[in-house]
Design a protein around this ligand. Structure first.
Ligand code: ATP
Ligand code: MG
Length: 576
């Protein structure tokens, strides 16, 4: 993707309006944003919204977007997450160039600033336990209670803080707190914790530190160090903004960043919380962070979702100030749109039923021409081989069809895509009465799919030649949760009860067009009439591709849109 393409993909929203205003007023030489993940899990599609926003703004305004790891909690952070986050940001189509930073690079500076607050009587060491601190913080209606250690003198505070750093105390024995106002209406201002004692190995600083800054103390100051002009985060940080500003005002920081909040992405049938996703991985409810049912970028990629589709989806949902839930069908719609233009067509039979064409010569093989893409002649054609025995989809036959079923049934003629008309003569059953084979005849005059006498055929079905087919495993995915709101459970129950038991169906012996044998990990196709499929990049042995179904062809979002077009007063779901 080039920068120019990104610019045409973006829209306008209240944050871009603010940035444009600042640019027009000449408030900044350069617009600088950042994407600040904590490396304690893999990125998910919610992060994609934030990435597209931050990197997108930098591109559109000729600015810069930093990738900054918010690595302030070594107990939960790991190098694998750092690596995966870099891979995923690149895959989504964005590049931080030289602007890669870590909050841990600023530990020394942050420590100095903490000392600065202590020296100015604006921070103190508190010996209360975590529980005591929580209890004494008060509630939304009741003010907090001052800590008995709040009035420690500067010398004692400095001494204790130094010794905290030196590792003299047990984890949790003391904290450093800002001295603001225990009666503040905003609980974030009731003497927030600035430093905790943690004895853990940090992926970057090793065992150098025994104290780590809190998110609130690290975040704004890191922004200031990097000269961030617009610090864009999700709405849950709105109440932290007064604290963000308090630090910026009370510390000798090199710049004055501003925080702006937008609504996070929520999706139906999906959880977007790293804590929950971690639990699904650790509990073995999915096969890993890149399980194709996961809303992680690694999972979506493995499932076959193109990064363009994610960018387009994010552009369409927009950026708003109020939280909402987006219909996952809208994401699937964007995926289908991209794949419809880019994916080559192939034929594959997922649940094979053998068809013997009785009047087709034994041993004869014909090569028929099939188009690779119906709307793109440049995609060319390929040959598919036809022979006396083929597989069709089990669902494409019914012994006693209802009125509107026009596919195979005894006596019924159908068109085989790119091949001939065949007529079903007999369904052969096994001892239990199950249909195991169809006996059919074909009309040699209909080669290529048209009858010289112009007779109309109501149905065209796909097929593969039995002796040429590639047998393969195909994995069919459905939503990971069976309820639109996965957290919708009765009191005392767990969201995991809403896991969809049918979210994965494995078809172990699908029959595919043999050209698919050379498909490479990550290659995407449309299997005609079935959906979009992608070669699994983790489990496929060479020459034996396993396919993941990305999405079916049924577009529920297009239906929703159509309905709402008719009733314009009702707005479609998925606004954000
Ligand atoms: P989670 O809530 O899933 O645990 P997080 O917000 O703690 O994630 P961070 O690594 O701190 O994860 O997130 C990095 C950035 O991505 C933050 O600026 C955060 O606001 C943003 N972000 C996280 N989740 C979403 C979401 N669902 N929609 C939009 N932005 C998000
Ligand atoms: Mg966070």
């Amino acid at each position: 993707m080039t920068a120019a393409e990104v610019i045409t993909e973006t829209g306008r929203d209240f944050i871009r309006d603010i940035v444009a205003d600042d640019r027009d007023a000449g408030r900044y030489k350069k617009i600088i944003t950042r994407f600040p993940p904590e490396p304690n899990g893999y990125l998910h599609i919610g992060h994609a919204k934030s990435i597209c926003l931050n990197f997108g703004i930098a591109q559109e305004f000729g600015g810069q977007c930093n990738l900054r790891f918010d690595d302030t909690n070594p107990a939960k952070e790991e190098q694998v997450y750092i690596d995966s986050i870099k891979t995923d940001v690149h895959w989504l189509g964005f590049d931080w160039g030289d602007n890669l930073h870590y909050a841990s690079d600023y530990f020394e500076q942050l420590y100095e600033w903490a000392e600065h607050l202590v020296k100015n009587g604006l921070a103190y060491v508190d010996d209360q336990s975590q529980d005591e601190i929580r209890l004494n913080r008060g509630t939304l209606t009741a003010p907090g209670i001052n800590s008995p250690f709040r009035d420690r003198n500067v010398v004692e505070n400095l001494d204790l803080f130094h010794r905290m750093r030196a590792g003299e105390f047990e984890a949790g024995a003391r904290v450093l707190r800002a001295k603001i106002d225990m009666a503040a209406g905003n609980i974030n201002l009731r003497d927030p914790v600035l430093y905790r004692i943690v004895h853990a190995h940090h992926p970057r600083t090793g065992t150098k530190w025994h104290i780590y800054p809190s998110y609130d103390f690290a975040h704004g100051q890191s922004d200031a160090i990097e000269g961030i002009t617009h610090s864009i985060c999700t709405l849950e940080f709105e109440d932290h903004r007064p604290l963000y500003d308090w630090f910026i005002q009370h510390l000798p920081v090199p710049s004055q960043p501003h925080q702006y909040e937008f609504a996070r992405l929520n999706l139906t049938y999906t959880v977007l919380s790293k804590r929950v996703l971690t639990e699904l991985v650790r509990g073995g409810h999915v096969s890993g962070w890149d399980d194709p049912r996961m809303p992680t970028l690694a999972g979506l990629r493995r499932r076959g979702v193109p990064p363009e589709a994610l960018r387009e989806f994010v552009r369409r949902i927009g950026v708003a100030k109020a939280n909402s839930v987006v219909d996952v069908a809208m994401l699937e719609h964007a995926i289908r749109e991209v794949l419809n233009t880019s994916a080559m067509r192939r034929m594959a039979v997922l649940r094979p039923l053998k068809v013997v064409i009785e009047n087709y010569p034994e041993g004869q093989v014909e090569e028929l021409e099939a188009v690779n893409h119906p709307d793109n002649a440049d995609a060319g054609t390929r040959t598919v081989r036809f022979s006396r025995e083929i597989y069709v989809e089990r669902d494409d036959f019914m012994e006693n069809p209802p009125k509107k079923f026009f596919r195979l049934s005894p006596g019924r003629e159908v068109r085989l895509r790119y091949a001939y008309f065949i007529t079903c003569r007999e369904a052969v059953k096994d001892g239990s009465g199950e249909v195991v084979e169809l006996r059919c005849t074909y009309d040699p005059a209909t080669r290529g799919g048209n009858a010289p006498d112009g007779r109309k055929i109501k149905s065209t079905i796909h097929w593969v030649s039995a002796r040429h087919a590639l047998q393969a495993e195909v994995r069919l995915y459905d939503h990971l949760f069976s309820k639109p709101d996965p957290n919708d459970v009765p009191e005392g129950h767990d969201y995991k009860e809403n896991l969809n038991p049918n979210s994965l169906a494995v078809v172990s012996a699908a029959q595919l067009e043999p050209s698919l044998k050379s498909a490479k990990p990550g290659d995407r196709f449309q299997f005609e009439r079935l959906g979009y499929f992608c070669v699994d990049s983790r489990d496929s042995p060479p020459g034996a591709p396993i396919f993941n179904r990305t999405v079916t062809l049924r577009d529920t979002w297009a239906k929703i849109e159509k309905k709402t077009e008719k009733k314009p007063e009702k707005k479609a779901g998925g606004k954000s």
